[in-house]
Design a protein around this ligand. Structure first.
Ligand SMILES: [Zn+2]
Length: 243
């Protein structure tokens, strides 16, 4: 794997033509997880993919679309147009310097610019270049839903929503030193986004679920189950894109 700590000469000599570009988010994650939670998970997945493909891991874009959480201090949000412009400029840079495969990675479901056809649309501008997204959120595309559902089930965890049991378990596994001592549960109401209520009124702590049930063991198991499924899916997408 290559990163921005390498020189351009090292990338050129190795003939690296594949870039993996993580796009994170900076948004509230309850009273116990850092604002950087989605960025940290995204980076770890992107790192594993870049390692697997012997690719260039670009620096992470640490801010995404998080408008729904702006009532909570520290959350930052880019508009869809801004995020798309950043992605388009990254692609332009990578293509001009010789990359032929560009893979965006994000686990933040709010990053619609990353998921809703925009990367595929960019590809039309650059014939011969493969551009796609590995978007490992639980709800955007059927294959990704299945990947998470399978891994969560095998780890004995419920659906991952936000700063809940599953996400907290994962951070306990990946970055335990960043998990605070005061997870505050907010049970999910039947209607997750009740009309006339703000997010902070509905989820005072910022958690959507039961982070107090999280354990490191469940997180370890989730990561162990998740990663092979993700790597298989990326290899499959690459094969299909190059056919
Ligand atoms: Zn998250």
């Amino acid at each position: 794997m290559f990163t921005w700590k390498n020189t351009w000469k090292e990338l050129a000599d190795a003939g690296v033509k594949t870039a993996v570009a993580p796009i994170g988010s900076t948004e509230q994650h309850g009273t116990h997880l850092p604002l950087s939670t989605d960025t940290l998970i995204t980076e770890r997945i992107a790192e594993a993919i870049a390692e697997d493909l012997q690719a260039y891991l670009t620096p992470t874009i640490p801010i995404g679309q998080s408008a729904m959480w702006l009532e909570y201090p520290g959350s930052l949000s880019l508009s869809p147009d801004t995020l798309k412009a950043v992605m388009a400029d990254m692609v332009e840079s990578l293509v001009k310097s010789g990359f032929t495969t560009i893979l965006f990675v994000s686990v933040h479901g709010g990053n619609e610019a990353v998921y809703r056809g925009f990367p595929e649309g960019l590809q039309k501008r650059y014939p011969g270049v493969t551009i796609f997204t590995a978007g490992y959120t639980v709800w955007v595309r059927e294959t990704w839903v299945n990947i998470w559902r399978t891994a969560l089930e095998r780890a004995g965890l419920p659906e991952l929503v936000h700063a809940d049991e599953a996400e907290t378990s994962l951070i306990l596994s990946l970055r335990p030193e960043l998990v605070g001592p005061h997870p505050t549960d907010c049970p999910l109401p039947k209607d997750r986004y009740p009309k006339g209520m703000t997010m902070r009124q509905t989820y005072p702590s910022g958690s959507m679920g039961h982070p107090s049930r999280a354990t490191k063991e469940k997180g370890d198991q989730l990561w162990k189950e998740l990663l092979p499924l993700i790597l298989d899916d990326v290899r499959r997408q690459l094969r299909e894109a190059r056919q």
